[in-house]
Design a protein around this ligand. Sequence first.
Ligand SMILES: *Cc1c(COP(=O)(O)O)cnc(C)c1O
Length: 428
Amino acid sequence: MNNNFKQAREQARELDRRDPLRNFRKQFWIPKQADGREQLYFCGNSLGLQPKAVKAAILEELTLWQERGVEGHFKGERPWTTYNDLLRGPMAELIGAKPHEVVFMNSLTVNLHLMMISFYRPQGQRNRILIEQQPFPSDRYAVESQIRMHGLDPAECLVEIAASGNGRIINETSVEDYLAEQGDKVALVLWPGVHYASGQLFDLARIATASHKAGALCGFDLAHAAGNVPLKLHDSGVDFAVWCTYKYLNSGTGAVGACFVNESHNQRVGLTRLHGWWGNDPESRFLMGSEFVPAKGVDAWQLSNPPILAMAPIRVSLALFQQAGMTALRHKSIEMTAYLEQLIRSELNDSLEIITPAEPENRGCQLSLRVLAGRDAGRALFERLEENGTIPDWREPDVLRVAPVPLYNRYDDCWQFVNQVKRYLSIS
Ligand SMILES: *Cc1c(COP(=O)(O)O)cnc(C)c1O
């Protein structure tokens, strides 16, 4: 082992000792390997780990149901009918929204459809949706099917903005340029906050501003941004956003999704929206009238009563984010990802390419890596790592994603990751 690499381990241990957030790791269950050692878990971008307090929070709701039955809707410490009110404040804080611009409901793709039903209203030649090249498949399927639902052809109406070079990084200028030239044909810009494959973080305000200048609306998929990077949805002028809570927000597999609608749309008349009783104004919801009276803001998009057993983990998770604070989390995240990046560059430069942008303002915690020897070598490396209790993830065709999460990962995890990769690629 070379001296610099040895010293890097000392440095990692020192950084961990001094980390003001180090105790948060103890509040999570870290999965174990067969031999009882903790996994090196780098997959918080796919499924965040379970906060230890989650089980008790779910049990509390089960107990309320057990002991009070239907009264749980209105009685007890946290009545089910108003459960969203417990969550929207802390969530709004994390993403820079007003509490009444945020609601938890359904799942990401469902919410994306509900949003597009309202905010993709093609008219005449203004019928295009702008998305990034190679979007997450679900988003693409959703967009294509929305276009078809209007009797239009995705080959004409779905526009993918290509990466600027031959890599996977898309310059915001490409979006601005397209909108400057063809903006009168664009109805909606649907963009990621952080791209799932490349890890690129986009400038939301810039994209929203360019969209509005062209007369288009602008929505964001924040699946990889929420809980990963600080956001200012309201001030950025974003029209709507959707995200899931099982990635960086640690709320469990298939957890309930969330949705943001800018309050500037509250007064809009003639909005197309699918309705259900839970979107009715709570004041008259239980009067069982035949006329739909929309609740204020984003709440009007709710269809059904909320799945409380699935929402309880969100309450626990958001409390941890509140305790840690996004500023401190982001600070550690930038430092830890830079530590990992620097180590990869110094130890693995001949074997790995980092796809993710180098500037902290253009990325979250995730680094996306490519094994230079090719896809098969990359896939083999991923499998070796996994067999040995190190959990990054693999995204076809050739991306190894590593996400050191500031709530529970350690600098030393990053060192051990690089050490293992060196070993498996036979570099010493
Ligand atoms: C994770 C992810 C999804 C998942 O969608 P679900 O509806 O929650 O299954 C969709 N889009 C993007 C960009 C994602 O990263």
